[in-house]
Design a protein around this ligand. Sequence first.
Ligand code: NAD
Length: 249
Amino acid sequence: MLLDNQVVIVTGAASARGIGKATARALAAEGARIVILDLRQADAESAASDLGIGHLGLACDVTDKAACVDAANAAIEKYGRIDALINNAGITQPIKTLEISADNFDAVIGVNLRGTLHMSQAVIPQMKKQQQGSIVCMSSVSAQRGGGIFGGPHYSAAKAGVLGLARAMARELGPDHIRVNSITPGLIQTDITGDKLTPEMRTDIIKGIPLGRLGDAADIANACLFLTSGLSSYLTGVTLDVNGGMLIH
Ligand code: NAD
């Protein structure tokens, strides 16, 4: 199997139809032990038990640095190592520039960008000790094409920040054999859009996708599997577009 006994932390992985849960499932199927982090302990535990035995579910709000460090320590205590981190936790808000309040900005930057930094900081010391690790950061096509799909400009900014952070960490951590890569999903059918994605919006968006469909969480999970496993051992600092051709550049 591609990830035999490797220990992988996935943030924001309790949402039933979400990218994180699908990723946890795909990686567990390849032999990984998964540490699921999400806001509520009960949700994280139940998502971990859905994967079978030998996985862990913990409450961790990625905006809280101390909680991230505690979660990384709990993973090390249980499994002795951390091979990979999927920085997946994220939120979005479909609002326009003039509507973005300071609270909106802080919330969206806090989870998507600061959370990615916090969780990376929490695992890097262990990965340095191991001289091995892979970090995958979930950005978005909206960082590349200037939004216009669902999230507002502050979401595009946060996800563009994720790309810059990931590339700079890739350069810094390469000498320690820690790879850092990003994924830029197109529109994926999960619950992140709530009930705010109307059938008309959906039809319009599909018109602009050469492959003629929205993405499934499994499409992103497979990309995470590739970037986490040895199949991508010479890739670092890359941005992997998984968008059905919605943006070709
Ligand atoms: P989702 O809403 O289904 O799942 C997000 C998960 O993150 C939830 O389980 C939520 O509880 C958790 N979360 C929220 N705030 C958190 C916090 N502070 N700490 C820990 N966990 C937190 O969303 P999804 O569609 O699966 O999105 C996953 C990632 O993919 C996000 O980063 C999102 O921005 C990104 N993304 C999604 C799409 C899409 O179309 N669905 C497109 C591009 C990028």
